[in-house]
Design a protein around this ligand. Structure first.
Ligand code: FAD
Length: 382
């Protein structure tokens, strides 16, 4: 067993660390306070090749492996969770459906500009009444005269309404199978489709500098060839996407926890009480030791899931375990990092207060903690 990163993985990690610490971290507080989408940082991530990191070079990507991608998300999240989710959702949710299920023509048309970071794309699964129960979709699409007519609503869709968003791929009921069950397919809906509109971005507790919107389809029409993958395979395809997406959300949790640990450690050394730095109190030392222990545990789980994926092995169980454990790790670590700050941690000018707000969604998005436990139990054969 070899725990060393390859030269390429280490190079990507240090490139991302430098970019995140020098360019993302100094912007994090301001873009959070203004709920401002950071177009310039997205452009820089594109210039660095991050927006298409794990896709082959022939499709505009950087040809890196999943481990490198996970390391990149960790480094960006360590500096700012909003920028990290913009990257992770773009790669794992927006672009991967084209890579896994698109025709060559669809890959050329959509994946290439996405991987180059020239545009963003949404992944439209969740609906107001269909969250964890994603198969309960009510959005419908009918094929009439060679065109799909779409009606319905999607909720909480990341990257769906920025100035550089090209469209969203959605799930929609396109009929019923022979047993009368909903037939769900994936449809590519470009942004300029008549009848397709986006709400303003939600006012959120965290991830404030990321773009999240409700989507509405009123007799929105797209061409028959905007079907992605096989008709009737839409839910299965999206669940497959979420299996991989869990690795990036888990990486995001590890990065956020690491960022909070950095802040807690720095503050513990600076803050004096009772005539000495609070880092000299065993109570604070034990907190920091526990935080480091959990971060290391989570990081290894994420890297193992990424390694399994790169090796072409089944990775669903490890990815779910990593997603669940890192999400909960981020909660415990951020909470303790704030505790180390005392009252100052409650003040907006300390990064740990933003991290505390940004953390909660790690236990909800891409499968809640409860759903993660259900998935794990199913994969255990229960
Ligand atoms: C900021 C943000 C960004 C998002 N981005 C996207 C995106 O890009 N694309 C997309 O499609 N979706 C996106 N989502 C949606 C996200 O994936 C859902 O919020 C999540 O899956 C949970 O669905 P829900 O919010 O409807 O909660 P619900 O499913 O209504 O769950 C409510 C509670 O019930 C529990 N629960 C539900 N079912 C069960 C069960 N069977 N057993 C035990 N407990 C259960 C849940 O764990 C939770 O605690 C985003 C959400 C947010 C907040």
């Amino acid at each position: 067993m070899d725990f060393d990163l390859s030269d390429e993985q280490r190079a990507i990690q240090s490139l991302c660390r430098e970019f995140a610490q020098e360019e993302v971290k100094p912007r994090a507080e301001a873009i959070d306070a203004a709920a401002e989408f950071p177009y310039d940082l997205v452009k820089k991530m594109a210039d660095l090749g991050l927006m298409g990191l794990p896709f082959p070079e022939r499709y505009g990507g950087a040809g890196a492996d999943t481990i490198s991608y996970a390391l990149a998300v960790m480094e960006i999240a360590r500096a700012d969770a909003s920028t990290a989710i913009t990257l992770a959702a773009h790669v794992s949710l927006g672009s991967t459906p084209f890579y896994l299920f698109g025709t060559e023509e669809q890959k050329e048309r959509y994946l290439v500009p996405l991987a180059r970071g020239e545009m963003l794309w949404g992944f439209g699964l969740t609906e107001p009444q269909a969250g964890s129960d994603a198969g309960a979709t009510r959005t419908r699409a009918e094929l009439r005269g060679g065109r799909w007519t779409i009606n319905g609503t999607k909720a909480f869709i990341t990257n769906s309404g920025t100035d550089i968003t090209g469209g969203t791929t959605i799930t929609a009921v396109t009929g019923a199978d022979e047993r009368g069950r909903a037939e769900i397919s994936n449809l590519i809906v470009p942004q300029d489709t008549p009848g397709f509109s986006r709400s303003k971005t939600y006012r959120k507790m965290g991830w404030k500098a990321s773009d999240t919107r409700e989507l509405s389809f009123v007799d929105a029409e797209v061409a028959a060839e905007n079907l992605l993958g096989a008709r009737g395979r839409g839910l299965r395809q999206f669940l497959t996407i979420l299996d991989g997406g869990r690795i990036s959300v888990a990486a995001l949790s590890v990065g956020l926890a690491q960022g909070a640990y950095d802040e807690g450690l720095r503050y513990a050394k600076e803050r004096h009480q009772f005539g000495q730095p609070i880092s000299k109190f065993q109570a604070i030392q034990f907190k920091l030791a526990d935080m480091l222990c959990e971060i290391e545990h989570s990081r290894l789980m994420v890297l193992k899931a990424a390694w399994e994926k790169d090796a072409g092995r089944r990775f669903e169980l490890t990815a779910s375990l990593a997603k669940l454990f890192s999400g909960e790790t981020s909660r415990r670590v951020v909470n303790e990092a704030l505790q180390i700050h005392g009252g100052y941690g409650f003040m907006d000018e300390y990064p740990v207060s933003r991290m505390y707000r940004d953390q909660k969604i790690n236990e909800i998005g891409e499968g809640t903690n409860e759903v993660q436990r259900l998935v794990i139990a199913r994969l255990m054969g229960l």
